[in-house]
Structures are given as C-alpha cells and as structure tokens.
Design a protein around this ligand. Structure first.
Ligand code: SAH
Length: 237
C-alpha cells in the first residue's frame, strides 16, 4: 500500500475525513523527514509505510477524542514534530507552538514549516524554563509523546494550560502504563489537573494498544511549579 492509502484507510477506520490536500502535505513532510534523516538523526523510522503508521496515524489519533480546530496548541518535547506537525498538516487552522530542548530539531521544524507554507511558532528551550517567558496558562491544548513518565511530564506540561484546557499525552496502553498512571494521580491533582480517562486505539500492523490520556485543567497550577529539572526528576510529584 502507498503512504497515502495507509493514512487514508487509518483515518477512515476512525471515521475521520482524509482530504487530498492534507494527504499531500503529510506525504511531503514524510519526504522531508526521511531525506533529512540521512544526515541528521531525527527518527528510527526509515520507510514511508512505517512513517505513515508510527508517526502520522499515531499523531492523528488525538483527533479521535479531541477537537483541535482553530485551537491554541503546544507540543512539548516534539523532536522533529510529533505529534504536532501531522496535526497541523491535517488541519492548518491550528495555532501551534513547538518546544524541544534540541536546537537542531527545532531548526528542522522551522525549515519544514517554511517549505510547506505553514505558519508555526517554535522554541528551542526546556519546557520548565520557557514557561517563565509569558507562557503560563496560555494554551487550550498541550500535547506530548515519548518525553517522560506521566508524573514528570505533568509538571512540564500542565502549567502551560488555561483553565478548562486539555492535556492529551500519547502513551502505550499496557500494564506498565497502568502503574505509571496510578503513580501520576497525585501529580495531576497537585498541578490542577483532573484525569478524565484514557482512549485506547490500535495502529494497523502494530502489536499492542496505545492510548490518548485525557486530563483537564480544573484548577490553577501553584506558581512554584514547574521546578528546575534536577528537582523534578530527583523528587517527582
Ligand atoms: N515527541 C517526539 C520526540 C520524542 S523524544 C516523538 O514522539 O517522536 C523526546 C524529545 O523530548 C527529545 O527531542 C528531547 O530533546 C525532548 N525533551 C526532553 N526533555 C525536555 C524538556 N524538559 N523540555 C523540552 N524538550 C525536552
């Protein structure tokens, strides 16, 4: 199957439309990542088919449980743009900010967005430091994939959310994650979040289940969070 067929079928299995222009943008981004990946380590994925599943469909799974249209979104620890870039390519109405501590990954995102005619905001910064630059409680949606265990990730991400906003991390749905989620309950609560549940999904040809975690901001995050990273990791909530 071609890249576009894989993405189209995956979206249709989730009852999501697959407009031709969105598929073309997603395919163009796939080419940019795989081409750049030859000279800069961006992803372990090297084939368009695997890219369609593990990066595009996995990122777009967020759309099965949240409406991002026109929303102010931030992707923390995005690497070369996951999950934020496929979501922006699918729906250019997103007002999206990318954050990663690695300059070369952010440079790649900015270059790709330029090449694809997309308007994005991107910062090469640590999430726990960037928050002080007028970013607190500034976003409606916070996204993050494969950055840290949920208790630590919550301290990095929940401070960015406005009241009523949603923190939607992508995780594996397995026993290890059940334990991780249990351990994160206190952190979520202390940081002003409320766990609303998880929404499981599968990816074509991939063993095991994945999930979107649904956390709503229902209270203020105390101003002392996020702490410095050494503190967060040595003494996690
Ligand atoms: N989200 C991407 C990349 C995951 S790798 C994906 O799913 O493919 C984790 C990324 O998080 C790395 O690029 C790393 O630079 C970044 N990162 C880790 N801790 C961070 C922090 N505190 N602030 C910002 N970025 C961070």
């Amino acid at each position: 199957m071609s890249f576009k067929d894989i993405v189209r079928d995956g979206l249709s299995a989730w009852d999501l439309p697959a407009p031709d222009d969105a598929l073309a943008r997603l395919e163009a981004f796939c080419s940019l990542v795989l081409e750049t990946n030859k000279v800069m380590n961006l992803t372990a994925v090297t084939e368009p088919d695997a890219f369609a599943v593990r990066h595009v469909l996995d990122s777009l799974s967020i759309l099965t449980c949240a409406d991002l249209h026109g929303k102010k979104v931030i992707d923390i620890g995005t690497g070369p743009g996951f999950p934020g870039m496929p979501l922006k390519l699918y729906d250019p109405s997103l007002d999206i900010t990318f954050v990663d501590s690695t300059q070369k990954r952010i440079d790649f995102i900015v270059k790709s967005a330029d090449a694809l005619g997309l308007s994005v905001t991107a910062f090469a910064a640590r999430a726990e430091e960037l928050i002080a630059k007028g970013m607190r409680a500034n976003f409606e949606i916070v996204l993050s994939r494969a950055v840290a265990p949920l208790n630590i990730l919550s301290e990095l991400c929940l401070p960015y959310l406005r009241m009523g906003g949603q923190f939607l991390p992508l995780k594996s749905d397995n026993e290890a994650f059940a334990a991780e989620l249990k351990q994160a309950r206190r952190a979520i609560d202390v940081l002003g979040g409320a766990l609303q549940g998880t929404r499981s999904y599968t990816l074509p040809g991939v063993e095991g289940k994945k999930c979107v975690v649904l956390i709503q901001k229902t209270g203020e995050t105390p101003a002392k969070y996020p702490r410095r990273y050494a503190k967060i990791s040595q003494n996690p909530l």
